[in-house]
Design a protein around this ligand. Structure first.
Ligand code: FES
Length: 159
């Protein structure tokens, strides 16, 4: 009797779960995205940052690992920065945490500056000046096969 009830429950609940948890649209695929940096990671000096963009063929985006303000874990980004901060490398999404504009590297001041409303961030992603309320979002990454390649968690959106 228990087995029959269990089977009926599974048979009734499974279609509901499939409906509530749809597969990604056809052509979309999550996974590591290979990015070739302008300068190899192991040659970045302390306080040096390199910008990179998501590939456009096929159309690809990066997936934020965390966030606050206008950003949240799981949100998409189409660019980022790899920054050498002391002995570690941080990789950030390009999106300002205020309203999502793309921040730019201010190499002279060693900050990321947002052109939209004037927010500024330290190279470790923390807020130097608002209105941005919280730090930049991180991207999940690992070293690729060669020093100038990193693999950033992302999603292929389509062709
Ligand atoms: S979007 Fe960056 S300061 Fe407003």
């Amino acid at each position: 009797m228990g087995i029959i009830l269990g089977a009926l429950t599974v048979a009734g609940v499974l279609p509901i779960l499939v409906y509530l948890w749809p597969a990604p649209p056809k052509g979309q695929k999550k996974g590591p995205v290979n990015i070739t940096l302008d300068k190899p990671i192991d040659q970045l000096g302390d306080g040096e940052a390199v910008k990179f963009n998501a590939p456009t063929s096929p159309n690809t985006a990066f997936i934020m690992a965390d966030g606050g303000g206008d950003n949240a874990a799981g949100d998409l980004a189409f660019g980022g920065f790899a920054v050498k901060n002391g002995s570690k490398v941080d990789v950030f999404a390009i999106n300002c945490s205020h309203l999502g504009c793309s921040v730019a590297l201010n190499d002279a001041a060693k900050t990321f500056d947002c052109p939209c409303h004037g927010s500024r961030f330290h190279l470790d992603g923390t807020v130097l000046r608002g209105p941005a309320p919280v730090p930049l979002s991180h991207l999940t990454w690992k070293q690729g096969d060669t020093p100038n390649v990193i693999q950033v968690e992302g999603i292929v959106l389509g062709f």
